[in-house]
Design a binder for this molecule. Structure first.
Ligand SMILES: Nc1ncnc2c1ncn2[C@@H]1O[C@H](COP(=O)(O)OP(=O)(O)O)[C@@H](O)[C@H]1O
Ligand SMILES: [Mg+2]
Length: 315
């Protein structure tokens, strides 16, 4: 399947020399909900803005719906809807006019039936004749989504859709995003809330200091959390995990000099004891061993710790 978004070896250095993205590689597939998770300042908005053609890319290749964002800009941009992080909603226009006008900006002919569907899907139909500036914060956010969907894009970007909103509105947003996906829209959202990524995403990409450090199916990611690792440094290098151990969650690392066993911290003893016994039977000797939280746990603890000082200043 051809990805809806494809980013290869993307670097971004802002004027002044700050490198905001470092060799980013990413593919997002049709119909996915993909969460880009990272602390403030990680580079989420920069990455989205480059894909949407708002910020100049550095080197690297970026495609949306198969179109190169530099060489085929209009086609690429036309397949994307963007709900930016900063909402600009002090408009005198009515909801209907604003959403219809935005469609026109993309060079699409008027299609009232589509605008009607979008407004109904977002529970904005009753408000279609209201001025945007008179709406509540939650309704304004819906209008921003409606504008982003006005030209029938197949890909929708939501940059921090729920930062600073109350719990009820957050749940509403999640519900809306799920509904949009049912219509076949590919959705990429950024967030610095782990719970949001967990709640919404099919896949999660973790970005930190301009680097994508992990991309994984949500379910796999979550099942690895709360696990521990036992690492054994071997006396002799192994070429493969011995057949007797292949049923265990065990991997070779460090060029075959280390065995890594992942286990649930709740029910550890049985598995570890069994592993050590089997190694004894196989006469596989080790120099040293350590147990620790899985590396994923480290990443997530790191994320939480990194975001806390900024959270205090921005929220
Ligand atoms: N126009 C700019 N010029 C220079 N640095 C910028 C600019 N925009 C963002 N940055 C820096 O790039 C980094 C990533 O920012 P951003 O993409 O907004 O992160 P996020 O959306 O993850 O919070 C931050 O350190 C930010 O200060
Ligand atoms: Mg941002």
């Amino acid at each position: 399947m051809q990805p809806d978004i494809s980013v290869k070896h993307l670097n971004k250095i802002y004027e002044g020399g700050f490198q905001a993205l470092k060799d980013v590689n990413l593919e997002i597939y049709p119909g996915e909900i993909f969460a880009l998770l990272g602390p403030n300042g990680a580079g989420k908005t920069t990455l989205i803005s480059i894909i949407c053609g708002i910020v100049n890319p550095g080197d690297g290749e970026v495609k949306a719906a198969g179109y190169d964002i530099r060489k085929q800009y209009r086609k690429a941009r036309g397949s994307i809807g963007l709900v930016p992080q900063e909402l600009n909603t002090d408009s005198f226009e009515t909801v209907w006019d604003a959403v219809s006008f935005t469609r026109g900006l993309f060079g699409k002919p008027p299609k009232p039936s589509h605008i009607e569907k979008v407004l109904k899907d977002l529970s904005l139909w009753d408000k279609r004749n209201n001025r945007i500036m008179s709406l509540s914060g939650g309704m304004k956010r819906r209008v921003m989504i409606a504008k982003a969907l006005s030209h029938e894009p197949r890909i929708l970007f939501l940059d921090e859709p729920t930062a600073g909103v109350d719990v009820e509105l957050r749940r509403d947003m999640w519900e809306m995003v799920r509904k949009l996906r049912e219509n076949g829209t590919t959705i990429i959202l950024t967030t610095h809330y782990i719970e949001e990524a967990e709640e919404m995403a099919d896949r999660i990409g973790v970005i930190r200091q301009g680097q994508i450090i992990l991309v994984e199916e949500k379910d796999r990611l979550m099942s690895k959390l709360g696990k521990k690792e036992l690492r054994l440094q071997l006396q002799q290098k192994l070429d493969q995990v011995p057949g007797e151990l292949t049923l265990e969650p065990i991997e070779l690392s460090n060029d075959g000099w280390e065995l890594v066993y992942t286990f649930d911290s709740q029910q550890q003893q049985a598995g570890v004891a069994r592993l050590l016994r089997t190694l004894g039977d196989l006469e596989i000797e080790y120099r040293d061993l350590q147990t620790r939280e899985s590396s994923l746990e480290d990443i997530f603890v790191g994320l939480v710790n990194e975001q806390s000082p900024q959270e205090r200043s921005t929220e």
